[in-house]
Write a protein that binds this ligand. Structure first.
Ligand code: CU
Length: 142
């Protein structure tokens, strides 16, 4: 990330203001009520700007080890980041990419809310409350 800035010092001489930050909006966030000591989180991040961004990490009081996972061939694995395309969206949904809370400190119940903070490469962090839904909850999107 730092290397990118180092490549363009000449631009500073033009007096251009720094690149505008992407404007991100989070919708449809929820957590299915966990049955074991881990939990999943699902949401959509919409990017209505011309600047692409990345979801780089998630933090939460519920777990000291919150990961972001993708699902390939029905197996999930941890990734370093998810792309949020310019004028597009990142969908974290059941059966696909998701947030994974490892070793949760307590099991939230349906009706509870779990606070998380999303961290991005460029945009400021966003705090989101995940309503806890039934374990089988799976909204149909669009
Ligand atoms: Cu996972």
């Amino acid at each position: 990330m730092l290397a990118v800035g180092a490549l363009v010092p000449a631009l500073a001489l033009t007096g251009c203001s720094s690149q505008t930050k992407p404007e991100l909006e989070v919708t449809g966030a929820f957590m299915p009520q966990p049955v074991m000591d881990m939990a999943g989180g699902f949401l959509t991040i919409r990017n209505d700007s011309d600047t692409a961004d990345k979801l780089t990490s998630v933090t939460s009081p519920l777990s000291d080890d919150v990961q972001i996972h993708e699902t390939k061939d029905q197996k999930m694995r941890e990734v370093q980041s998810f792309d949020i395309p310019a004028n597009g969206e990142l969908n974290l949904e059941r059966g696909g990419s998701h947030i994974m809370f490892m070793g949760i400190k307590q099991k939230p119940k349906q009706g509870d809310k779990v606070s998380i903070e999303l961290h991005f490469e460029k945009a400021d962090p966003i705090t989101v409350e995940l309503p806890v839904e039934a374990a089988t909850h799976n909204p149909q999107q669009h």
